[in-house]
Design a protein around this ligand. Structure first.
Ligand SMILES: Cc1cc2nc3c(=O)[nH]c(=O)nc-3n(C[C@H](O)[C@H](O)[C@H](O)COP(=O)(O)OP(=O)(O)OC[C@H]3O[C@@H](n4cnc5c(N)ncnc54)[C@H](O)[C@@H]3O)c2cc1C
Length: 548
């Protein structure tokens, strides 16, 4: 048992005698004196401890008590499996006896004992969510809400499940005292106090990740597989590849989850009838991949792919990694208009896709669709069935140059669709969700309407600039794979085999592409996850050919 509120009991469960006996086979017994440290914040690869006698205090920040573990309880959150620096510290209370299970043995145990695996994994995730909600840790972000730098760091920390304390220079009177303590002025914000005493002024996310130990890479000469991108497609590939015994490294530019990670609720993913937040899905997938031994590093951008043998990926600043196979899962970047509040309303009034889920939100309400392409036209027609009115806004003088005729005709024939040309949105407003939109029309007039739903259908660009002619792209820059590579494309790419490329294989053997970055992909979470799973079978085939 642990000394916690009932609501926290799930994050800190107790083990039965039988479960403890199964752990004891792989663990050693250790005695600790009152006040002795089990580990300090920032330690890596720490063991799992099960309390046999006495109590263990878990502390965060200066001396904030997170919980007290009593006999039968165990210590651990998501850093236990990843080996990353821990965010809390632990010390013995009274004379303590523990079972100590090294992290390598823990990893083997979770792969063979399904009951313990479920208990540890569930507790790891809930414990991290508990710490995030408490906000107490040895990291503090001092920032200002309107500053983009502050928002970027907050998003990075939150999406990487890193607990932190936040002090706002605009709201907290004591902030200057904190800044003075470190010899800093207000002009230095955002400031991060990292690991209790290191001070980072206006850090980039790479700098912050470095201080938190999130972007390290193990020293391995050539990996079986490097996956670039940790959205649904990359994480799915990692889970299947690592569970099937491949040595896997995942490189992620910002945080696990990709676009899906920015969705507040995914309603159409199989098995989650009440929906699942993108961050929750990503956290679970990451823990699952790490459970099977995949390595993930964040704030690492693949800057160039070299089609050599073995394959090589540059990471900037002279760093590079080598692999026998590479999966490109770098997704797309939705084109976003430059509006100050856009991020605040994404998923709560601003959408980038019009599916039946979004249509339900708009039932009987007024809707704006931004964009003049076919996707905007389809969205407008579709949304006109549920919404009271749909207003299409385009910067151009009309739709003729950018939209198919049949769609233009459908729009003209639909009485509740209005087209505003030479018009653009200038402001989005609302408290917790989008409530009002202001736009400027072709005559320069500025108008505001009570609009709660805006669909940004302005297209998406694939994240493929780093591929540097190594693999064949389509005219929009998406990666062509399998049957999308015709004889001409293969000849131009000097495809070396008698066999055609496998389903998700690019024009370079051993390099695959899955998810939104792939030409003609479906652009759904489930599709990305499915492609990742299928791709691993193909990676095995290519590795067996031993030609890469
Ligand atoms: C707001 C929003 C809501 C959505 N809602 C739904 C929904 O309800 N249902 C649904 O099915 N779909 C939804 N989608 C679509 C869905 O999220 C995508 O289809 C899915 O995320 C695609 O997964 P992916 O892994 O292919 O790419 P992405 O999710 O785009 O992930 C790509 C990852 O690669 C990383 N990356 C890019 N370049 C590099 C590089 N050079 N080096 C290292 N890393 C790199 C990125 O940081 C990113 O994390 C939504 C999308 C958005 C934006």
């Amino acid at each position: 048992m642990s000394e916690t509120r009932p609501a926290d009991a799930e994050a800190f469960p107790s083990l039965t005698e039988q479960q403890i006996a199964r752990i004891a086979v792989f663990a050693r017994e250790r005695d600790l004196a009152d006040g002795e440290s089990l580990w300090e914040a920032g330690d890596r690869n720490r063991p799992l401890f099960v309390v046999v006698r006495g109590e263990i205090e878990i502390l965060s920040g200066a001396d904030h008590m997170v919980t007290v573990h009593q006999p039968g309880a165990f210590t651990g959150d998501v850093d236990l499996l990843s080996g990353r620096p821990v965010v809390v510290r632990a010390r013995a209370r009274g004379a303590v006896r523990v079972l100590e299970l090294p992290s390598a043995r823990l990893r083997s145990l979770v792969q063979t004992d399904s009951e313990l695996s479920e208990i540890f994994l569930r507790a790891s995730i809930l414990c991290r969510l508990f710490l995030m909600a408490q906000g107490g840790s040895n990291r503090v972000l001092i920032g200002s809400r309107p500053s983009a730098g502050t928002r970027d760091l907050q998003e990075f920390l939150t999406r990487n499940s890193q607990p932190y304390g936040y002090i706002d220079v605009d709201r907290d009177d004591a902030v200057q005292a904190t800044l003075d303590k470190f010899g800093l002025g207000v002009e230095d914000v955002p400031v991060v106090i990292c690991r209790g005493n290191r001070v980072l002024k206006k850090p980039t996310i790479e700098k912050l990740a470095g201080c938190l130990g999130l972007n390290e890479i193990k020293d391995v000469a050539v990996r079986d597989l490097v996956i670039v991108g940790a959205g649904p497609a990359g994480l799915s590939t990692a889970v299947y590849a690592a569970s099937e015994g491949l040595d896997v490294l995942v490189l992620e530019a910002s945080a696990p989850g990709g676009q899906a990670g920015s969705s507040s609720r995914i309603e159409n993913y199989l098995g989650f009838p009440t929906g699942v937040s993108g961050r929750d899905l990503a956290t679970r997938a990451l823990v699952q991949a790490e459970k099977f031994g995949a390595e993930l590093t964040v704030a690492r951008i693949a800057s160039r792919l070299w089609c050599e043998n073995p394959l090589r990926i540059d990471l900037g600043a002279g760093a590079a990694i080598q692999a026998r196979a590479v999966v490109i899962a770098t997704g797309v970047q939705y084109r976003k208009p430059d509006l100050p509040n856009l991020a605040k309303f994404e998923g709560v009034g601003v959408y980038y896709g019009a599916t039946p889920v979004e249509a339900q939100f708009c039932s009987g309400e007024d809707v704006i669709v931004v964009g003049g392409g076919n996707s905007a036209g389809q969205a407008a027609v579709f949304l006109s069935e549920a919404g009271r009115s749909v207003t299409i806004m385009v910067r151009r003088k009309g739709l003729a140059e950018s939209m198919s005729r049949y769609l233009i005709r459908r729009i003209q024939e639909t009485p509740n669709i209005t087209l505003l040309t030479e018009t653009s949105i200038v402001e989005l407003a609302g408290e917790t969700r989008l409530e009002r939109v202001t736009w400027r029309d072709g005559q320069g007039a500025v108008k505001t309407g009570d609009i709660r739903h805006v669909f940004m259908m302005t297209g998406a660009n694939p994240n493929t600039a780093w591929l540097s002619n190594c693999v064949t792209l389509d005219e929009k820059g998406f990666v062509r794979t399998g049957p999308d590579l015709d004889a001409g494309a293969l000849a131009a790419a000097r495809w070396p085999h008698a066999r055609p490329p496998l389903l998700f294989e690019t024009s370079r053997p051993g390099v695959f592409a899955v998810g939104d970055v792939r030409a003609n992909s479906v652009k759904r979470v489930a599709a990305a996850v499915g492609e990742g799973a299928v791709c691993v079978q193909l990676v095995h085939k290519v590795l067996a050919e031993s030609v890469v």
